[in-house]
Design a protein around this ligand. Structure first.
Ligand code: DHB
Length: 269
């Protein structure tokens, strides 16, 4: 059984789709998603040009979740735009992650001209770029970033394009109204909560070492570890949007493995 849902005007036959991450990087993976039960197909975060990413090993899985410091390996935005017509069965969303604001503007400029793209998720929360912080933890920087995007890009060229933001986990309750007060200034249709929990450290006591190579072993934590934080972020944004009467949909992400996990996210908003 699947639960119909919608992201604003986009009706979807089910409420589950893939997170942007390591398994939606190349056309083979994206076509597999197109044939799957996923309600839509979302790409890996695209930069302006192709990137190899951080040195390996950079991903490690264990029972309670994973750690990764992939460093944005991806094929570059033109690849994800070019393959858009091959995604025939489902709406196609592209995750966008310019390494600079100028890069993001160039990526968006190309993306709005592609009618085979149904939505974009602007990633404000990648924890794995060496030497860079997570944009959405700096309120002034995030506001400037969004202000420039919405005052530069002619979104009217693609009036049905859905625009969302991938946010990092927030931990203190006072962040939710603060972030919301920035988001509500812009025509944002949805937010995705949460990105991985940045800069965690998994240690292997047998080998007495960290398990991934980049950044001294630090990377984004995903999986079971982070579900309670994901649920709380969804709940808190849902309540804040309701309080302020804002129409921004909240997409839950993080630690989802079973139907019960999904049901818990639905209960939270
Ligand atoms: C990567 C990790 C993220 O959490 C993200 O949002 C984007 C990219 C990465 O390391 O590739």
């Amino acid at each position: 059984m699947s639960l119909e849902t919608n992201i604003r005007h986009l009706l979807l036959p089910g409420c589950i789709y893939n997170a942007s991450g390591p398994r939606c990087t190349d056309i083979k993976e994206l076509l597999k998603l197109d044939k799957s039960e996923s309600a839509l197909v979302l790409s890996k975060s695209a930069t302006l040009v192709k990137r190899e990413g951080n040195p390996k090993p950079r991903y490690f899985d264990h029972d309670l979740g994973s750690i990764n410091s992939m460093g944005l390996p991806n094929e570059g935005i033109n690849y994800y735009l070019f393959l858009a017509p091959t995604i025939k069965n489902k709406p196609y969303f592209i995750s966008v992650n310019g390494l600079t604001l100028q890069d993001t503007l160039k990526i968006l400029n190309g993306t709005i001209r592609n009618k085979n793209v149904t939505g974009i998720e602007i990633n404000l929360s990648c924890p794995n770029i060496i030497g860079k912080g997570q944009l959405a933890y700096d309120m002034t920087e995030m506001d400037t970033y969004l202000h420039t995007i919405f005052n530069t890009i002619e979104f009217s060229l693609h009036p049905t394009l859905l625009i969302g933001l991938k946010l990092p986990p927030y931990f203190d309750l006072h962040w939710y109204p603060m972030v919301t007060n920035i988001l509500k200034k812009y025509p944002i249709h949805f937010i995705t909560c949460i990105n991985s929990l940045g800069n965690g450290l998994l240690v292997d006591s047998e080998s007495e070492s960290v398990v991934i190579k980049p950044k001294g072993g630090m990377g984004g934590i995903g999986g079971k570890y982070i579900k309670p934080i994901g649920l709380s972020n969804v709940r808190n944004f849902y309540l804040e949007f309701e309080k302020q009467n804002l129409k921004i949909d909240v997409i839950g992400c993080g630690g989802i493995e079973t139907g019960l996990d999904i049901f818990e996210y639905i209960l939270c908003g």
